[in-house]
Ligand binder design. Structure first.
Ligand code: 5GP
Length: 235
């Protein structure tokens, strides 16, 4: 599989065309950023840990009937994926209040949320990813009502599978962010599922096991990513 033109470079991943129609190559780089790009670093092997975890979790979800863009790993930090037409939404599922939810609303960090709360942001760096609601999503013609229902149903199904999986590892899935795309008429999970896009807490100690370690300088972020990746991929 030949790496072709660079199609898109985000804050932590680059997407390339390949010599195969409908297949893209996603490269997980060692860049790590937080606070809208206000904090950034390059940390050796970060791309490898996130690629490994994403591949593991995409496979786990596909085995349970969730359609994703994942095809296979090309090497240890590059993933072959189906080329989706990406939907500009960040679909966040929260099982406990944390992060921006506790910053923006009067709810203490760690408050359990039953049922889980879905928050959907408009993916637009220039506008700082403003929060949407159902009416706005349809008014902006991002999704129709049926597609929106499907996206929420898939997000909740992913949540159910991931909660169960992380529970078995002694890890609490606090929240996570998904991105979806279209392939013909089908909506599929795209992007990544990694320590950059999930908030994970050690269930017994409450220790952060995700990008919050970097955001808030809580310790050696790559030691944490390595430990979590080993645990997930042995799970
Ligand atoms: P919060 O809204 O609390 O900042 O984030 C909620 C969850 O979604 C966290 O797990 C966070 O990592 C993830 N998330 C929110 N926005 C982004 C984003 O722009 N990129 C990534 N990778 N994850 C995000």
């Amino acid at each position: 599989m030949l790496k072709g033109d660079l199609l898109y470079a985000g804050k932590a991943k680059s997407v390339y065309r390949t010599d195969q129609e409908g297949v893209f190559l996603v490269e997980f780089r060692d860049d790590i950023t937080a606070f809208d790009g206000g904090k950034k670093d390059v940390l050796s092997r970060k791309g490898y840990f996130n690629a490994r975890v994403s591949a593991y979790l995409f496979r786990h979800l596909m085995e349970r009937g969730i359609p994703t863009h994942f095809i296979e790993m090309a090497d240890d930090r590059r993933m072959l994926v189906r080329s989706l037409s990406m939907i500009p939404l960040e679909v966040i599922v929260r099982n406990m209040a944390a992060g921006s939810m506790s910053r923006n609303y009067p709810i203490a960090e760690g408050t359990p949320l039953h049922p889980p709360v879905i928050v959907i942001d408009y993916k637009d760096d220039v506008r700082h990813d403003p929060m949407l609601n159902d009416d706005l999503i349809m008014a902006l013609k991002i999704l129709n009502a049926g597609e929106l229902a499907r996206v929420k149903e898939m997000a909740l199904a992913v949540n159910t599978h991931l909660i169960r999986f992380f529970d078995s590892l002694g890890i609490t899935l606090v929240d996570f962010k998904l991105e979806f795309g279209r392939l013909n008429d089908e909506i599929m999970l795209g992007d990544e599922i990694s320590m950059d896009s999930m908030r994970l807490w050690d269930t017994s100690t409450g220790e952060s096991l995700d990008k919050d370690v970097y955001r808030f300088s809580k310790g050696d972020v790559m030691e944490v990513y390595r430990r979590v990746a080993d645990k997930i991929c042995a799970g």
